[in-house]
Design a protein around this ligand. Structure first.
Ligand code: 5GP
Ligand code: MN
Length: 319
């Protein structure tokens, strides 16, 4: 992302009145925080802003001011379409089907496919929220408390509370600036990262009861039946992957989540020195070296078998 691109983004924003901001399906804290943070910034600039996430806002982010502004469908005509925190166009879902090529893509995934007319992609950023913060600084866009809370939530969740290996002094400087605006870090941390519903923990229990380990690889699955048994409302893994990733005897952990449409959502995590994004891209997914995911067509048994095979191969190569 160079100066010209930042200027080009500023020009696009200044010329637009109706702006659509969208992010990926199964949104995480950075998807919600970046959509909301940028949306509120542009609104402060007097723009008519629509915020759309096809899967809506997960309940764990309901405390963010403005989160109720995020809807599930893009309605109307827009002068500018911005996609945030999304590495490829498929991951948006069907929101953009009628709108064609997006104008701007703001993202930090190394696997980003540069699918928009203007691609503001920086893979050194811990979160897309960090890029949005930097753009706001460069272009003298306004920040206020709800914006700071949204951006800090993106920074916190993607860095897993500042403990991913890419967390650095600048991450903490930005967090400090957002706190100075008034964002309550302990509160946001607890809401987005610690608190779990009883359903989510029961759902973890289903997965944990079937956990498997082989050499330095650990995995488990969550079936549609598990979801019903636990009465868990989401179609994600309730963050079970980050529980598995804490097992010290492993290099790579995987969670397979069975989906209603005959596909399986796979999440990988790895220790430094292992690259799971390259495995995820083999299956049409993406992400970062230590954390990646993919949506894979097929039934649970088959997907599990194929993914485990590819992951074992990758582990052998890394040794
Ligand atoms: P998670 O496993 O928590 O869903 O995602 C881990 C990382 O991989 C995140 O950076 C996320 O954006 C990325 N990721 C997860 N699923 C997909 C996918 O289906 N496609 C792509 N391109 N990236 C994904
Ligand atoms: Mn992100």
């Amino acid at each position: 992302m160079n100066k010209d691109q930042i200027e080009a983004f500023g020009d696009l924003v200044s010329r637009a009145d109706r702006i659509l901001i969208i992010s990926h399906i199964r949104p995480d804290g950075d998807a919600v925080g970046s959509t909301l943070g940028l949306g509120l910034i542009l609104e402060e600039l007097g723009k008519d802003v629509s915020l759309v996430l096809e899967d809506g806002v997960p309940k764990v982010f309901n405390h963010l001011t403005g989160s109720d502004r995020i809807i599930r469908e893009a309605i109307g005509v827009f002068d500018l379409v911005i996609v945030v925190d999304c590495s490829d166009i498929e991951r948006i879902g069907s929101v953009l089907d009628e709108f064609g090529e997006p104008d701007v893509n703001i993202d930090h995934h190394p696997t980003n496919t540069h699918f928009a007319k203007l691609n503001l992609v920086r893979d050194d950023a811990v979160a897309t929220a960090e890029i949005i913060f930097d753009l706001a600084q460069e272009l003298a866009f306004p920040l206020n408390l709800p914006i700071a809370e949204a951006l800090l939530t993106g920074l916190l969740t993607d860095s897993l509370g500042f403990r991913t290996s890419n967390s650095n002094p600048q991450t903490l400087r930005i967090a400090a600036e957002l706190m100075e605006i008034g964002a309550n870090l302990p509160f946001l941390y607890r809401k987005a990262m610690l608190e779990k519903s009883i359903q989510a923990v029961k759902y973890w229990g289903q997965g944990l009861s079937r956990i498997q380990m082989e050499d330095r690889l650990v995995w488990t699955s969550l079936t549609l039946e598990d979801r019903i048994a636990a009465d868990y409302p989401g179609r994600d893994d309730a963050d079970l992957i980050n529980v598995l990733a804490r097992i010290k005897e492993t290099d790579i952990s995987i969670v397979f989540v069975e989906q209603k449409n005959g596909s399986v959502k796979v999440s990988w995590r790895s220790r430094p020195g292992f690259d799971v994004s390259s495995i995820a891209t083999q299956f049409g997914g993406g992400g970062h070296k230590p954390a990646a995911g993919a949506d894979i067509k097929g039934d649970l048994d088959r997907v599990q078998k194929e993914v485990l095979e590819a992951t074992r191969k990758s582990l052998q190569k890394s040794e």
